[in-house]
Design a protein around this ligand. Structure first.
Ligand code: C2E
Ligand code: MG
Ligand code: MG
Length: 678
């Protein structure tokens, strides 16, 4: 950008020049106000940075004179001053100054201010353009358009503005009054274009203006913002209501996650003071989805309320029962002396709640799975404690549910010894073909049918129970076991696909690939061989590669993807939006599908998140890619994603990953119901 600098101090002048040029701007230097005025006429810079104190014409006067020039008033005027008094700033603002810069000038400060200036100039240029365009046919315009000259005379007013003029008690040919008068005065005196809101006949208009034309006239244009303001009011109301409920869950009245976080901090701090222990217990209602699907949401809600009441009534008032979300609850049991008491309390809870629900009006008997971790024995870090309890819950579920398990250590050991042990066990499991695969349905929003399934590796270890793929896949990748492990998965997935196809199920199978597999020279020939043996067609197979593996950044990686695509396989970029995106490369490579990361899907409950997802959908469209959403857990999100134009959906709302037999049963149930956005 062209920047004019007016500064009488030679050192300060050169200093500014050096910085501004360093930022990439074109700089015009002037040693006094008079020279600056001349230079302004000649160069028409977008930004002026002027010292306040200069001989003859000082910074304030320079600003006033520039504003009075009746050129297009985009100029952003920054005044440098060592003074910092309120009356000075008022004076300067009245003269049309946009911003101040404290002396001595700091590089970072200047940088930020210039960024702001650039943005504001851009807005000014755009809004000027827009208003000129909108005001081009004022007679037909449903919004008010009024033209005023430097003497405040109304030169023109369109039909839509007549009611406003009547309200202000003025008409064409007379001086303008009302809110528009103030706007016009500021504009003509300082060149500063402000906005004002005016209500008239039940509508709200936001007035803004063009800059002053060389003939000394300006257009004032009223945008109708009634609906926008109404929506804002409603939103604010909603927000207030939401905040009221923000600490408690509405259904059960229990504390929610936020309040729980506070309690956890308080209780652990208290336990340290008192020398006691706190148990953190994660509770999950077994088979809740079946209850919900089978008996309906109303019964589902009743079950949650009954369980909440059952847990609450069996604990002391000083303990906390919190609704974590969905069918999950978290307990904080305080003032414990030892580990043994946790076992007693938890078994009392599971038994008690089961009895209670069997007596309740719903015909569903409810059992609970629980996992606990003990503070400070297992960990003195609340975050880690949560993970430990969660892991214990995972074990309880894997052990057939309806039970309580305490934390006994992470399978990855969180230390070298644990990791080594885990790796030995994993290697053995791979060698003995004890890695199994689960399948999670993927639903087409167009046909509302299951279109395919994602293969997810599963490992049930004798010592550690079910180990999450988030633990064992990176371990296998790290230690060079991923090729063998990946191969087991591929063989199972292709066998499964062949089986589905034989049963007449028109499904695709998605398989997750690691970078190592993709880059391996034998990978493609091997895959083609396996496909041939089973008489499968490559377009039935979707290979998922996560964004974070960054194969796209490598020429070999891109080439391998291209070879796979040329062989007819479909390639999906997994976990898209998890932070490693390289948008240009997405278009370049041979992808046919883009799978939006679960974390982004969670964000669709915010406007920003919806906008991001929409942008991804649009980008996908323009590149001819199918867009898939993973981690869809509720109907609101599903409806939103469908409305946004996402092609396929996957998530717990439809089904968790299922073993092959359960997957077939799921398929037998038939069509999936998708809800429309409200
Ligand atoms: P991914 O490929 O992004 O798979 C989706 C993950 O999200 C799965 O986790 C799935 O169970 C989970 N998920 C699905 N729907 C929902 C939902 O509605 N809510 C939530 N919270 N989660 C949902 P999983 O099975 O634990 O797998 C984790 C990751 O491990 C996978 O992420 C994938 O990157 C990797 N992985 C799994 N199997 C394999 C494999 O055979 N090979 C390779 N290389 N990686 C694998
Ligand atoms: Mg995946
Ligand atoms: Mg994913």
């Amino acid at each position: 950008m062209k920047i004019l600098v007016a500064e009488d101090d030679a050192v300060a002048r050169l200093f500014l020049k050096a910085i501004l040029q360093g930022f990439g701007h074109e700089v015009i230097l002037c040693a006094d106000g008079r020279a600056a005025l001349e230079a302004f006429r000649e160069h028409r810079p977008y930004i002026v940075i002027s010292d306040w104190m200069m001989p003859e014409i000082d910074g304030l006067e320079l600003c006033q004179r520039i504003r009075a020039m009746e050129l297009e008033q985009y100029t952003y005027f920054i005044l440098q001053t060592a003074r910092n008094r309120a009356e000075d700033s008022r004076l300067a603002m009245d003269a049309g100054v946009d911003d101040f810069l404290a002396k001595p000038v700091k590089r970072d400060d200047l940088f930020t201010r210039l960024r702001v200036a650039e943005r504001i100039i851009q807005q000014r240029v755009q809004s000027e353009r827009k208003i000129r365009m909108l005001a081009r046919f004022p007679a037909d315009n449903p919004n008010p358009v009024v033209q005023v000259d430097r003497g405040y005379q109304i030169l023109y007013a369109n039909t839509a503005s007549l009611a406003l003029l009547a309200q202000w008690e003025c008409s064409v040919g007379e001086p303008v009054t009302g809110e528009l008068r103030g706007l016009a005065e500021t504009l003509f005196a300082t060149g500063s274009r402000q906005e004002v809101e005016v209500s008239c006949a039940g509508r709200i208009y936001s007035f803004s203006s063009t800059s002053v034309s060389p003939e000394g006239e300006a257009y004032f244009y009223g945008h109708d913002v009634t609906e926008r303001r109404q929506a804002e009011r409603e939103l604010l109301q909603l927000k207030n209501e939401a905040e009221e409920h923000a600490l408690h869950d509405q259904l059960t009245g229990l504390p929610n996650r936020r309040l729980f976080g506070e309690r956890l901090q308080q209780e652990t701090a208290r336990a340290v003071r008192m020398g006691t222990k706190v148990a953190l217990v994660m509770v999950d209602i077994d088979n809740f989805k079946q209850i919900n699907d089978g008996f309906g949401h109303k019964v589902g809600d009743e079950v949650i309320v009954t369980v909440a009441r059952g847990l609450r009534s069996r604990l002391r008032p000083t303990d906390t029962v919190c609704r974590w979300g969905g069918d999950e609850m978290v307990l904080l049991i305080t003032d414990l002396k030892d580990r043994a008491s946790v076992a007693i309390i938890c078994s009392k809870l599971t038994r008690g709640v089961k009895q209670e629900t069997s007596k309740s009006s719903t015909s569903a008997t409810v059992s609970l799975s629980m996992g606990s971790a003990l503070f400070p024995d297992d960990s003195d870090d609340p975050t880690l404690l949560m993970q430990q309890a969660d892991h214990a819950l995972y074990s309880a579920k894997a052990d057939g549910r309806d039970c309580w398990r305490e934390f006994k250590g992470f399978p990855d050991g969180h230390d070298a010894k644990g990791k080594a042990d885990l790796f030995i066990r994993l290697s053995k499991a791979v060698a003995e073909n004890r890695i199994s695969t689960f399948y999670q349905p993927i639903i087409s929003t167009r046909t509302r049918k299951v279109e395919g399934a994602e293969t997810l590796a599963r490992w049930n270890d004798e010592k550690y129970g079910w180990v999450s793929p988030d633990v064992f896949i990176p371990l296998a990748e790290d230690k060079g076991l991923i090729l063998q492990l990946g191969n087991l998965v591929i063989v199972q997935a292709l066998d499964q696909l062949a089986d589905w196809r034989q049963r007449g199920l028109d499904l695709t199978v998605s398989i997750n690939l690691s970078k190592r597999q993709l880059l391996h020279a034998e990978f493609l020939p091997g895959l083609i061989g396996l496909m041939k043996e089973r008489q499968l067609q490559p377009e039935w197979v979707i290979l998922e590669i996560t964004e974070r593996q960054s194969v796209l950044g490598q020429a070999v990686g891109r080439q391998r993807l291209e070879e796979l695509a040329n062989a007819g396989f479909r390639i999906s970029i997994d976990d898209f939006g998890s932070g490693y995106s390289s948008f240009d490369l997405v278009g370049e490579a041979s992808f046919s599908e883009l799978k939006i990361h679960l974390a982004l899907i969670r964000l669709t409950n915010t406007q920003r998140g919806r906008r991001i997802v929409q942008a991804i959908v649009e980008m996908g469209r323009s590149l001819n890619l199918r867009v898939v959403a993973e981690g869809v857990e509720d109907q609101v999100t599903q409806a939103m994603l469908t409305a946004l134009g996402v092609d396929k959906l996957q998530g717990y709302l439809f089904s968790k990953p299922l073993d092959p037999a359960a997957f077939l049963r799921y398929m037998e149930r038939g069509q999936v119901s998708l809800r429309r956005a409200a």
